[in-house]
Write a protein that binds this ligand. Structure first.
Ligand code: AMP
Length: 306
């Protein structure tokens, strides 16, 4: 079927509706793409990747209160349900599960949560205490509820992806985690639902994040300090971006890589632009012949090859 002819997905708001829709699918080969809504081409790419490999695709749309801090943007987070449904329809999604918090957390905030551990306390976790516990708790629940065979996540949220891989491995979730490279605007800005908050001038300022990553990756052949220096030089040119961190870290431990390090590393940046906190990253191969990578090649027990 062409985009124009795809049938609208079944929409389920309750667990019962979802169960019925899930059972009506003709095959057990189901993949899930978890989102917070305000869908864009990055989400669409995840859906398309899942669609190519599986008989059915479930998309979840859920703004998870557990992963937002008290001063964060839960109440102003963009909600664009009708447009989201159109993207899901065009991408061939079978079922959209869009529960409210009382459906996901029928007893209120859960007393028992998944603990992200030390990897959840650095980088994003350092500025957002408890964020990754909230993320992993809801991802775990949605993996159980959807009973998907594979789950697709974006490299855009590199730390989240790493922690989900760890959870799946450490807690033996029977699911295959697949990562998808970051989708960018033509000028390099990583697509994000939060880009909607940016004013026109913020939008210009925000380009320094992807610019810094590009400059860093271009210096990959010369080693870690050259990469960090090249990226930092771009950021210092833009004083309106309030940088929270710029790091070159090991992709599995998130520890800073030493100067002698050669191999795959994660170059990641976070900054506040206007009122909006933005994150971006690129996998890089450090050393002779090195440069930017789309995804990491050697993630244990999981594929990263879309
Ligand atoms: P979110 O709705 O922001 O929670 O994102 C849902 C999923 O889409 C996560 O796996 C994200 O990593 C992924 N995602 C968000 N933005 C992008 C992007 N620009 N490129 C690829 N994946 C993305």
């Amino acid at each position: 079927m062409s985009d124009q002819q795809s049938a609208a997905p079944v929409v389920a708001h309750t667990r019962e509706e979802f169960k019925a829709a899930r059972e009506a699918l003709s095959s057990r080969d189901v993949a899930v793409v978890m989102t917070m809504g305000a869908l864009h081409d990055g989400h669409a790419r995840l859906i398309q990747a899942a669609r190519q490999r599986h008989d059915h695709v479930v998309v979840t749309i859920f703004l998870n209160p557990l992963q937002f801090g008290p001063k964060e943007d839960l109440s102003r987070y963009p909600r664009t349900f009708d447009a989201d449904m159109e993207i899901c329809r065009a991408a061939g999604v079978d079922v959209v599960f869009a529960p409210t918090p009382d459906v996901v957390y029928p007893d209120g905030d859960p007393g028992v949560r998944v603990a992200a551990g030390p990897l959840g306390e650095v980088l994003e976790g350092a500025s957002r205490p408890g964020h990754f516990d909230g993320v992993l708790t809801v991802v775990g629940k949605l993996l159980h509820i959807t009973a998907a065979r594979s789950a697709y996540f974006g490299q855009k949220d590199a730390q989240q992806l790493l922690l989900i891989r760890r959870m799946v491995r450490d807690l033996d979730f029977p699911v295959d985690v697949v990562s998808v490279p970051t989708v960018r605007e033509a000028d390099g800005l990583a697509m994000s639902s939060r880009n909607m908050y940016l004013t026109e001038s913020d939008r210009e300022v925000a380009l320094c994040l992807s610019g810094a990553l590009r400059a860093g990756a271009d210096a990959a052949a010369f080693g870690p300090s050259a990469i960090r220096r090249a990226a930092r030089e771009v950021l210092v040119e833009e004083p309106l971006a309030l940088v929270s961190y710029l790091v070159l870290v090991h992709p599995h431990t998130l520890a800073d890589v030493p100067e002698w390090y050669r191999g795959e590393a994660l170059l990641a940046v976070a900054a506040r632009v206007g009122t909006t906190r933005l994150i971006d990253n690129t996998p890089v191969l450090v050393g002779p012949g090195g440069g930017a990578l789309d995804v990491f090649s050697d993630v244990p027990h999981a594929r990263a090859d879309v």
